[in-house]
Design a protein around this ligand. Sequence first.
Ligand code: ZN
Length: 180
Amino acid sequence: MLTRAECSAAQSRAAAMIKASGIVITAEEAEKVEVADFGLGRLEIEGAQILTLVSTGRISVKVVALFGGQTLPEHWHPPVGDDPGKEETVRVISGTLRFYIPSDDNMTEGAIPADKENVYTARHELIFKPGDQITLEPGTKHWFQAGEEGVVMYSFSSVARDVLDGFTDPEIKRVTEIKD
Ligand code: ZN
């Protein structure tokens, strides 16, 4: 749950970060930045600001801005009907991104959000700078975290059905609730 004031403050902060990264967005788009707290009510720790540039039945392009230290919780993109699930490429535009996938635990720079040890299972750390990117096969668990200065990235994917994504944390609700 977020208040309307928290939501609009996060929106303008994210829009400013996106513009500063060099990505051109319109005033209308700046007002459409989605603020996701994943139902956890602690946006600065676990959350994301997401601007969808295109989303059709076949492809999706989003810009994701994370504030310094903010974490997008561990999730995966499951198969839906005949579709094997969303294939996703994340490319960093500005800032540093700590990206986690399953494999050997080599975490040094990032930190699991407090009290969430058991719902962040992927511990193989990749450090991405502007121009770095990764392509994930459908079904691969992943989560990511901004470095201190925040991060702006693109997410290019096959069709996105965000509400059907799987999350390791059973507390998560993908649709943000806003209260006045
Ligand atoms: Zn993803």
